[in-house]
Design a protein around this ligand. Structure first.
Ligand SMILES: [Zn+2]
Ligand SMILES: [Zn+2]
Length: 347
């Protein structure tokens, strides 16, 4: 018995010494790094045969929480990859989720607040240098041309540097730009034999136009609100949808924040926080509206404000049914075709 313990101890010491030798020598480090790089480069993105929805940004409009990127939802199928809004830091989440940038089909923008468009240039660059076969199509209501032209102009030098460095065969300049695709709210914006993307007007006054989108794919559907009050137009368009991702504002949290900022004499902020109340949906009214519209699953994705801790999270969910999901970045919803199932993967 004693002998067995000694043998085990010696084995542990020898193993530790061997590991230290590998970790602390150039040859050992090179071997470990080569193994890790091979695994990383040969790993293909996770495939799912259905409608996959990935939250690539769930922050509040003016939030600086480093764990949340600004507004972004990815919709991925074996045949399609679309992004709906690309706020700041969302390109990081897109990379973390290993979304298939080389086959990015387009970006749909709900409106042109900065927290919905700030990542456009990074998404355009990342998909171009990973082999996107054409210009990046950016769909949006009136105003999209101005935004896209502005980004194209601002990044013209950058694109030139990259083509000069890597060559036009590798990075053809004609694929490096974005192309605006304007539409009117209410129109079907994109369609093929498997997928339909329909727009609808929302209420985000004074921002006009502002739209949301419904995506239908092989008997499944997801609706993305963008920024809006609880709007009849949205709930009509979302009738019977499987999943609704909606922005949500909490008076339970916002009212005391406004009162505290006012009492402390903080400039500007109390007025800004008061102004947002009438252009984001009150979280407490959404669950019943979703039930009335026959929506199977409601999730909050653009929270005003994002709860800063567990106490605030409990307050945000006061009077909200347990079935409602408050998403985090990288929350993933898998909707198998022609089914009623939703498989939810928490990050
Ligand atoms: Zn927003
Ligand atoms: Zn907005």
């Amino acid at each position: 018995m004693k002998k067995a313990v000694y043998v085990l101890l010696i084995a542990v010491v020898l193993l530790g010494a061997a590991a230290a030798a590998v970790y602390n020598t150039a040859a050992g480090q090179d071997a470990l790094f080569k193994r890790a790089a091979t695994a990383l480069m040969s790993r293909s993105p996770d495939q799912f045969d259905g409608l996959r929805v990935v939250v690539c940004g769930s922050a509040s409009p003016l939030g600086n929480d480093p764990s949340r990127a600004q507004a972004c939802i990815a919709v991925v199928t074996p045949q399609h990859f679309f992004l709906f809004d690309v706020g700041a830091r969302s390109p990081l989440r897109i990379a973390q989720a290993r979304l298939p940038m080389a086959r990015l089909n387009g970006v749909f923008i709900t409106h042109f607040h900065s927290d919905h468009i700030a990542g456009l240039a990074d998404v355009n660059l990342a998909s171009w240098v990973q082999g996107r076969p054409a210009e990046l199509h950016v769909y949006g209501p009136a105003g999209v041309r101005q935004v896209v032209d502005g980004f194209n102009h601002a990044y013209q030098l950058d694109r030139g540097y990259r083509t000069a460095h890597h060559g036009a065969d590798l990075l053809p300049p004609e694929r490096g730009t974005m192309r605006a695709q304007p539409f009117k709210a209410g129109e079907v914006v994109w369609q093929d034999e498997l997928m339909t993307v329909t727009s609808f007007a929302v209420e985000h006054p004074p921002i006009d136009p502002a739209v949301g989108y419904r995506v239908d794919y092989r008997g499944r559907s997801v609706v993305i609100s963008g920024d809006t009050n609880a709007a009849d137009t949205l709930f009509t368009a979302a009738e019977g949808a499987d999943l609704l991702l909606h922005d949500a504002l909490s008076r339970t949290l916002l009212d005391p924040m406004i009162a505290s900022a006012t009492a402390a004499g903080v400039p500007v902020l109390p007025a800004i926080m008061t102004d947002v109340i009438d252009y984001h949906a009150d979280a407490t009214v959404l669950p019943q509206r979703a039930v009335d519209a026959g929506i199977k699953q409601l999730a909050f994705y653009h929270m005003v404000p994002v709860p800063a801790n567990a106490l605030a999270a409990r307050m945000f969910l006061r009077n909200i049914p347990d079935s409602v999901i408050v998403v985090s970045d990288l929350h993933t919803f898998d909707l198998p075709p022609d089914s009623a199932e939703i498989h939810i993967h928490e990050p």
